[in-house]
Every structure is written in structure tokens, then in C-alpha cells.
Design a protein. Structure first.
Length: 259
């Protein structure tokens, strides 16, 4: 399928590896020129060069902490006017309710709610003026089904979801579509580290813990960054113009609900 976005310009945050990298790869395959951001310069440049070599699109790599005001300013200056914005940032650490104080919540809100809001506020006016734009916020399946040990993430991402619900409907008439993409368990560093923790806690091998993890999903596996990225690319395409303020759950059916 031709996604109709060849030649567009996109910023993909946290895109040196994992789900962000999957999104960047899929957009590049569709002919989109990219601005990539992550904190680790070496991994980021390696991904940028692989995309240049594979897809022959323009790629600008900006190593910076997107959750800081200074980092955002640097990334936005390099990005210029965007057609597509994919927000993404690592989630806060797990724990239980008694672990978290005000500062913990402030950090979580800064990273997973206020940063994507700031990026949208910077780019939405230009998209509206040009009459076309796509924003995909990578959030979490915990928005639909909260995960007890991820209370910080549950809170911050739910706040972003509420903001998007209202904002998306205010800008849709200008040809700008904002939606959220909610990953369940995918083959990323975060899921691998959580599987390692499970193996250590239960005194079993990593392979056994991974097998138990996979068996718990209706598909019998976890997702891949590649299929996640292709879903993101479709949400950024010309074919998604009637998708407004939606939370697209990509979890292999782990969340069981009629609607």
C-alpha cells in the first residue's frame, strides 16, 4: 500500500532502538525524511546511517534529552517545520504506591505527559496553517488496563490521553490528526529487563521466564518493533485522515474487552 507520505518530514523521538526505531524504519520505507532523537549519540547515529543506506531518505540525528527544556529546544530547532510528529520517551521505574513521592510524579509527568504536550504545542500551529499533519503519541497498554507496579506511568500516560482526547477534536478540521499508539509487550530492552527480573525473582532461566511470558499472550508471543512501526506508519498516512483522538491498542489481545 502506498501510504502517500513520501517526501514528508517527521520527527521520531527515542528512535535509536526499540519501538521508536521501528517507527522510524517504517516511515523511512514510506519515503519520509526523518529527524531522529535519542540520548545516546552512538546508537542514534548508527540507526540514522542504517536508514540512510537502506532507504535513501534524508536523516538528521539529534542526540539530546527530549524531556528537558534544553533538549527539546535543540531538537525542535533542528526539526523545523514538520508534517509528522511521533512522540516517545522511556517509562518511569516500577514500584508500589508507597515508593513514590511528589518528585517521582513530577519526573514522570515531565517525561510522559508534559514533553509530548510541549512538542505538540510547538508543531500544531504550523501543521494547521499548512492544512495537514499527523501526530502519534506512543503511550502504553496501561492506559486501557493499568499495571499496578507501573503507577507512575499509569498516571502520566492517562493524563496525556485526556489531553489528546480534547485537543485532537479541536485541530481535526484543519487536516491535523492526533492519535495514540498503545504497545503491550514487545521485544524491547525494557521488556527484556523485566523478564530478567522475573527470572531472577523466580529462580529460573531467562529462556523459561520468556516462554512463560509469551504463553500468557493469546498469540503465544510478544510483538516486534517492526510490526509496531508499520502500524505507526499507517496512522501517519493519508489513509488515516478520519482517525481522530483514538487509542490504538497493539498488545496481541492481552487486554480482554468487548469494546
Amino acid at each position: 500500500m502506498d501510504l502517500g507520505i513520501s517526501g514528508k518530514r517527521a520527527l521520531v523521538c527515542a528512535s535509536s532502538k526499540g519501538l521508536g526505531r521501528g517507527c522510524a524504519m517504517a516511515l523511512a520505507e514510506a519515503g519520509v525524511n526523518l529527524v531522529l532523537n535519542a540520548r545516546g549519540a552512538e546508537a542514534l547515529e548508527a540507526t540514522a546511517q542504517e536508514i540512510r543506506d537502506t532507504y535513501d531518505v534524508e536523516v538528521t540525528a539529534v542526540p539530546a534529552d527530549i524531556t528537558s527544556e534544553e533538549g527539546r529546544a535543540e531538537v525542535l530547532e533542528a526539526a523545523g517545520a514538520l508534517d509528522i510528529l511521533v512522540t516517545n520517551a522511556g517509562g518511569p521505574p516500577p514500584g508500589v504506591w508507597s515508593d513514590w513521592d511528589r518528585e517521582d510524579f513530577i519526573k514522570a509527568l515531565d517525561a510522559n505527559m508534559l514533553t509530548p504536550i510541549a512538542l505538540m504545542k510547538a508543531q500544531l500551529p504550523g501543521m494547521m496553517d499548512r492544512g495537514w499533519g499527523r501526530v502519534v503519541n506512543i503511550t502504553s497498554a496501561s492506559v486501557r488496563s493499568p499495571i499496578p507496579i507501573l503507577g507512575l506511568s499509569n498516571s502520566a500516560r492517562a493524563g496525556l490521553t485526556g489531553y489528546v482526547a480534547g485537543t485532537a477534536r479541536q485541530v481535526a478540521r484543519y487536516g491535523v490528526n492526533i492519535n495514540n499508539l498503545l504497545p503491550g509487550s514487545h521485544d524491547t530492552d525494557r521488556i527484556r529487563s523485566m523478564t530478567e527480573a522475573t527470572a531472577k525473582r523466580e529462580g529460573i532461566a531467562f529462556e523459561e521466564a520468556a516462554k512463560k511470558r509469551d504463553a500468557a499472550n493469546p498469540t503465544g508471543r510478544i510483538g516486534t518493533a517492526e510490526e509496531f512501526g508499520q502500524t505507526c506508519a499507517f496512522m501517519c498516512s493519508v489513509h488515516a485522515g478520519f482517525m481522530v483522538g483514538q487509542n490504538i491498542l497493539l498488545d496481541g489481545g492481552a487486554f480482554n474487552s468487548t469494546v
